[in-house]
Design a protein around this ligand. Structure first.
Ligand code: PMP
Length: 391
């Protein structure tokens, strides 16, 4: 047989297929709540003003495109560190970071580090979770164990069952948690639940692996990092996969970082060297442009202020749409308790498909919808159609 004869055809990504369906629908009232990017009131995903300004500065002042090295833009990572960990965490020399190609790159690099560390550590992953977690982490050859996280019908976090499942974790096993704005459910842990989780992590020697892809889009930059900071402080060792692709609107620029906390500054240096070695085997060096933009924004006080204001605008839009859905019908009230771009509707797969034909409303088969895909003009139309189909 020839080299590629044994390859099997792959199923197409259902969310990408959804984009095609939306495009083909000619009804002006159609609503795209499928794809996971932020949209403004006009339905667009524009480049942030601060990003455009930073790009102009870079265009005029950047003097070289010479290689930076496998850690990427070290100043970028240094500037992101306090945003994620706060002032005290930023000064902690046990926490090291490298720039990665987006949050995906950070998750994969984290998985490679776990695998390279040996010892057969397992990663406990909530159900449901972002569908890319298992492929990204599993591809590194790391064993994954499910824990129950969320019940779609009652729209609640199954915290007791989650904690019960984590009792099975051995010291050195990891627990993957969404730092904020859980994808696909929007259901985050309360601060008290984070505290309980932090206590369990400390008591059992569990290693938190935090996926922080939406900081600032739930309840603001500080609130959205509170859980991450609690578990990282409680743990002797931790990983945080960070992304700027949503909160800077950089998506295709692939901008993120992996931070790792080790038990000492000395060990953190060893970890850093390993991260660089692992990155070299995958992408050698991360793409520069997105990180250079973020660095320029955060180094320029007016641009940083602009970024914070623009992020607040996005947040306010999401919060106001959530509040409006919640007041439309008591059965949608839970949506205002949830955070970020996504929530889930307890619709049957048949109802999800039927909504496409009857109303031109396009959401993922799971019932996940992107709140930011709505606008003040169509939120009631959306809510009415959805409520009629709730079980
Ligand atoms: N984690 C979660 C939960 C996500 O939803 C995403 C993006 N959809 C990512 C990580 C990765 O983001 P990116 O690689 O685009 O930075």
């Amino acid at each position: 047989p020839r080299l590629f004869d044994r390859l099997e055809a792959q199923p197409s990504d259902s969310l990408l297929a959804l984009i095609g369906l939306v495009k083909a629908d000619t009804r002006p009232e159609k609503i795209d709540v499928g794809v996971g990017v932020y949209r403004d009131a006009a339905g667009g995903t524009p480049i942030l003003r601060c990003v455009k300004a930073a790009e102009k500065i870079l265009l005029e002042t950047q003097e070289t495109k010479a290689y930076l090295g496998s850690e990427g833009d070290a100043r970028f990572t240094e500037l992101i560190k306090p945003i994620v960990f706060g002032g005290q965490g930023a000064r902690d020399d046990r926490i090291v970071g490298v720039q990665t190609p987006g949050g995906c790159g950070a998750l994969r690099l984290g998985a490679e580090l776990i695998r390279a560390s040996g010892g057969g550590a397992r990663v406990f992953v909530g159900q449901p979770t972002w569908p890319n977690h298992n492929p990204l982490i599993g591809a590194a050859g790391v064993e994954m164990v499910d824990y129950p996280y969320y019940d779609k019908a009652s729209h609640t976090v199954l915290f007791d069952r989650m904690m019960g499942a984590l009792e099975e974790a051995r010291p050195g096993d990891l627990v993957l948690v969404h730092g904020c704005c859980h994808n696909p459910t929007g259901a985050d842990l309360s601060l008290n639940q984070w505290r309980e989780l932090a206590d369990l992590i400390a008591a059992r020697g569990i290693v938190p692996f935090v996926d922080l892809a939406y900081q600032g889009l739930g309840n603001g930059l500080e609130d959205d990092a509170a859980g991450t900071r609690l578990v990282v402080e409680a743990a002797e060792q931790a990983l945080v996969a960070q992304s700027c692709d949503k909160n800077f609107g950089l998506y295709r620029e692939r901008t993120g970082a992996l931070f790792v906390k080790a038990s000492s500054g000395e060990q953190a240096n060893v970890v850093f060297g390993n991260l660089i070695g692992l990155a070299r085997t995958m992408w050698s060096m991360p793409p520069d442009h997105g990180a250079a933009i973020v660095r320029t924004v955060l180094e320029t006080p007016e641009l940083e202020a602009d970024w914070r204001a623009e992020l607040k605008e996005m947040l306010a839009r999401i919060r106001s749409l959530r509040a409006r859905l919640a007041t439309f019908d008591p059965r949608l009230a839970y949506i205002d308790e949830q955070n970020g771009m996504f929530s889930m509707l307890p619709l049957s797969p048949e109802a999800v498909v039927e909504l496409r034909a009857s109303h031109g409303i396009y959401m993922a088969n799971s019932g996940r919808f992107n709140v930011a895909g709505l606008s003040d003009d169509n939120v009631d139309y959306f809510a009415r159609a959805v409520v009629e189909r709730l079980p």
